[in-house]
Design a protein around this ligand. Structure first.
Ligand SMILES: [Zn+2]
Ligand SMILES: [Zn+2]
Length: 136
């Protein structure tokens, strides 16, 4: 499935071929910290198809929960999270792209929730939280 999108300020644009069966929610504590929120939602994009305009800032994070080093990329101007990938020179085999950037986000429905053991206990009962159609 073709995907495209941009960061909050528009400096970074991305496009590629995503696998809609590989849309994951991640409740790990690193994703909570990097998003400043309760969980991350990401989709796998095949490396050879992944194209980007604008140069993200990256850092190498050895994730606390699974011990694997990952490159984390974000917009240097607005701070939007763009992707994570494996460390190394040049194109990587795949990129884990943040679904919130993508115009196709309505069609990118999560298929699994990882690291559920560190999920916030209210995520399973969000329906019970008061809702406003716009700012409350
Ligand atoms: Zn930006
Ligand atoms: Zn995570």
């Amino acid at each position: 499935m073709k995907i495209d999108g941009n960061c909050h300020c528009g400096f970074i644009t991305v496009e590629g071929d995503a696998d809609p069966e590989r849309v994951n929610i991640c409740h790990c504590t690193d994703c909570q910290t990097r998003t400043g929120s309760a969980f991350g939602v990401s989709v796998q994009v095949a490396g050879p198809t992944f194209k980007m305009n604008g140069q993200p800032t990256t850092y190498l994070k050895t994730t606390a929960d699974n011990g694997k080093p990952r490159i984390q990329a974000f917009c240097p101007k607005c701070g939007s999270q763009i992707y994570s990938t494996t460390p190394g020179e040049g194109q990587q085999p795949s990129y884990t792209v943040r679904v919130g950037l993508l115009k196709q986000r309505d069609q990118l429905i999560p298929k699994r929730q990882n690291w559920f053991r560190s999920s916030r206990n209210w995520v399973v009962s969000m329906d019970a939280i008061a809702k406003n159609e716009k700012q409350g």
